[in-house]
Structures are given as structure tokens and as C-alpha cells.
Write a protein that binds this ligand. Structure first.
Ligand code: ASP
Ligand code: MG
Length: 410
């Protein structure tokens, strides 16, 4: 008999009918002999509604009181699910985060879990009860109710699975897994059976729509296999797991797992800075002082002892970054500062790259065939990213999906 933690999202619990469907699903797993702990989100839209209520009074509600309010959404679904389970002859018991004793720090609205004490729950599970826990919430040392940040029920699920050493943490949602890329861009994108934690984190720009990324990090760190699957459609979903497990199944060995992309970046170029020590620091120092995060960085040295420096920032920080650099242009001895915020980043992700040469050139060839100009390139062990003009984003993603044969299961 194995213990499984199942987390159901807001859409899966969005109405009484859906809650009853979830109850049936949970009972199915229980009848197959598993110990089941369920973690619930609030009904879809409920947390937004609660935030709006508080903001109807003041734009800056007291953070402690906001958490008292927000934590009620999950308390509704946990009780309704237990009522639906009991109606079907199943013994179930619900717990708030505080009743379990999910201990967090005191950062209201974005608390971090410190410890979980759950002797009561363990004995419930051992006597065959289905335990339902409210996601997204805990208590601090003083007993104040805290919440874990939007999307935080995923993290509750993973943390409980880790503490209970569950066989698997299943995240039930409205999509049936993680795809090779966004199916809205590439209609024949394929659901992955498995992906490693490392790859999943690199694919964050795609995956974060499905999973709170913090929960993926947490699961990787605490060795909890995570499975993303649909509440509404039967299927195996996508298992997010460890590389060792993939290696033991040679059939699963793949070169590229997926293509991530985002349009959130902007590119800044500083031309003709003197090529001497301290230049990168002179340029990036004021940027980091302004708390602006820099992503890709490239420096080229020209023949006349000057260097050109290009980097990317979040698109929201574009104007501010240009402003700061223009203030410093003469001090840096630069000839010109320019920028472009109509760019997009495409990334090819796959652990297979580590042991395989030629992926980069195959990628560049596929883009060249479509006459897509590459503006910047960076690589890491399991990822190659390029910056292209935003208007080529979809074309680029499709070309790469095709070139690496991602629609076909390997
Ligand atoms: N109900 C919370 C939210 O909407 C937490 C969650 O669903 O994970 O953010
Ligand atoms: Mg969610």
C-alpha cells in the first residue's frame, strides 16, 4: 500500500458538481488500496474575489488580516469535499493548515514553510481515513494564520508529500500534462511522459502556467516525484522526476524535451566603450543598484580597442535601464546606447544535450532556413537560448519543433 498526495486546483473544485466528481476520483484511488491525502485550492475565482473585497475597503489591507481572509477559500472546499466523500460512505476528515500544524515564518501573504508536525494526520491515514488539507496556508509560531503566496497550494501538496515520504505528489489541474511547447503555438505539441526537475525549471516560462515554480524546486530538493495530470480527462499526465530514473529506461532517453519561449525581455546595447578592466562593472553596477535583473550578457571586442556590450532585462525595466545608462554614457566613455524591446527569447531544453554535440548547430540551421536572424545566443548545460525579433517567435518555435521532431514520441 502506498501513500499518494493529490492536489486539486480551483477549476477542478469550481462547482458542487465538480467537487462531487473529485470525490469519486479520490474514492477510486482509495479503493485501489492507496492511502490518500488530498490538498485543495479554493474554488476558482474565490481568492481573487476575497482580495477584491479587502481592496474594496482599502488598497493596502493589513497583511495579517488579509491572510485571515484569504485562508477561508480553502476552508470551504476542504469541508465540501469531505461532505461529498462522506455522502459516498467514505470516512474523511478535513484540516486547516494550522490544525495540521504547517508551521511557517511570519511573512504574511508570502510565508515560507519551516516545519510540518502531523502526528494526528498520520494516525488518521493509518486507520484508513481520507485526509483533506487546505492548501496555501499555515500558521506562524504565534499561531497567526499565514498564506504561501498565490498558487501556493502546489507547495502545500509537495511539502506534505515530502514530510509523509509519499510515493508521489499528483497535481490535478485543467491540462493533462507538460507539453513539448505551448500547444497554442504548435498544435501538434506533444505531452511528455516524463521530464526531469532540471528541465522543468528551465521550461519554467511554459510550466509556470501549470505549476507554481517554487513547488517544483521544493519537490526536486526533497526528492518528491511530481505528476501533473488532468482532473477531467483520464491519462498518465507528466511525471517530473530524477535523471537517474530516466537513464534506467533507455526508451525514454531523449535529446530535447521541449521549447520554452518568452516575450518579456528587452535588449540594450552600448557601443564603443573603451576595452579595459572594470567596463562590465561600470555598465552593470548602476543597473543592479536600481534592482534591475539582467539576463543574457554579451561583450564583443572590436579592432579599435573598444568593446560593444549587449544585455537583456525584463521588458518592464526597459525604459528605466535606458535612462540609467544614458545618464552614464559619457562617464563610461561610450559612443552610443540603444535598445530594442521587440525581441523574444527561444530556448531549447534537454538533458540529452550534455552528451550530444551538434544540437546548437542544428538549432541555428533550422532558424536560418526560415531566414530568422539570431541576435544573441547563450548556452547552459541543458539549454540553448537565442534572442530573435519578436515577430519571428511563432515561426521560430514551429521550425525548431519540427527540426527536432518533437511531435513524434521518441
Ligand atoms: N487559492 C490560492 C490562489 O488562488 C492558492 C492556490 O490555488 O494554489 O492563489
Ligand atoms: Mg493553481
Amino acid at each position: 500500500m502506498s501513500l499518494i498526495v493529490q492536489k486539486y486546483g480551483g477549476t477542478s473544485l469550481g462547482s458542487l458538481e465538480r467537487i462531487e466528481e473529485v470525490a469519486k476520483k479520490v474514492i477510486g484511488w482509495h479503493e485501489r488500496g492507496h492511502q490518500i491525502m488530498v490538498v485543495v485550492s479554493a474554488m476558482s475565482g474565490e481568492t481573487d474575489r476575497l482580495v477584491k473585497l479587502a481592496r474594496g475597503i482599502t488598497f493596502r489591507p493589513n497583511p495579517r488580516e488579509l491572510d485571515v481572509l484569504l485562508a477561508t477559500g480553502e476552508q470551504v472546499t476542504m469541508a465540501l469535499l469531505c461532505i461529498a466523500l462522506e455522502k459516498r460512505g467514505c470516512t474523511a476528515r478535513s484540516y486547516t493548515g494550522g490544525q495540521v500544524r504547517i508551521l511557517t515564518d511570519s511573512s504574511f501573504n508570502k510565508a515560507r514553510i519551516r516545519d510540518i508536525q502531523m502526528d494526528a494526520i498520520r494516525s488518521d491515514l493509518d486507520t484508513g481515513l481520507i485526509v483533506v488539507v487546505a492548501g496555501f496556508q499555515g500558521v506562524d509560531e504565534e499561531g497567526n494564520i499565514t498564506t504561501l503566496g498565490r498558487g501556493g497550494s502546489d507547495t502545500t501538496g509537495v511539502a506534505l508529500a515530502a514530510a509523509l515520504k509519499a510515493k508521489e505528489c499528483q497535481i490535478y489541474t485543467d491540462v493533462d500534462g507538460i507539453y513539448t511547447t505551448d500547444p497554442r503555438v504548435v498544435p501538434d505539441a506533444r505531452r511528455l511522459n516524463r521530464i526531469t526537475f532540471e528541465e522543468m525549471l528551465e521550461m519554467a516560462s511554459l510550466g509556470s502556467k501549470v505549476l507554481q515554480i517554487r513547488s517544483v524546486e521544493f519537490a526536486g530538493k526533497h526528492n518528491v516525484p511530481l505528476r501533473v495530470l488532468s482532473t477531467f480527462k483520464e491519462g498518465p499526465g507528466t511525471l517530473i522526476t530524477f535523471e537517474e530514473e530516466l537513464v534506467s529506461e533507455p526508451m525514454e532517453k531523449v535529446l530535447i524535451s521541449g521549447i520554452a519561449f518568452n516575450r518579456d525581455e528587452a535588449k540594450i546595447t552600448i557601443l564603443g566603450v573603451p576595452d579595459r578592466p572594470g567596463i562590465a562593472f561600470n555598465i552593470l553596477g548602476p543597473i543592479s543598484d536600481a534592482n534591475i535583473e539582467v539576463d543574457m550578457i554579451i561583450q564583443n571586442v572590436g579592432r579599435d580597442n573598444t568593446a560593444d556590450f549587449t544585455f537583456t532585462v525584463h521588458r518592464n525595466d526597459y525604459e528605466r535601464t535606458l535612462e540609467i545608462l544614458r545618464e552614464h554614457t559619457s562617464r563610461m566613455g561610450a559612443r552610443e546606447v540603444s535598445g530594442d524591446n521587440k525581441i523574444a527569447k527561444l530556448s531549447l531544453v534537454g538533458i540529452g544535450m550534455r552528451s550530444h554535440a551538434g544540437v546548437a548547430s542544428q538549432m541555428f540551421q533550422a532558424l536560418a532556413k526560415e531566414m530568422i536572424n539570431i541576435r544573441m545566443i547563450t548556452t547552459s548545460e541543458i539549454k540553448i537560448s537565442v534572442v530573435v525579433d519578436e515577430k519571428y517567435l511563432e515561426l521560430g518555435v514551429r521550425a525548431l519543433h519540427e527540426a527536432f521532431d518533437l511531435a513524434k514520441s521518441s
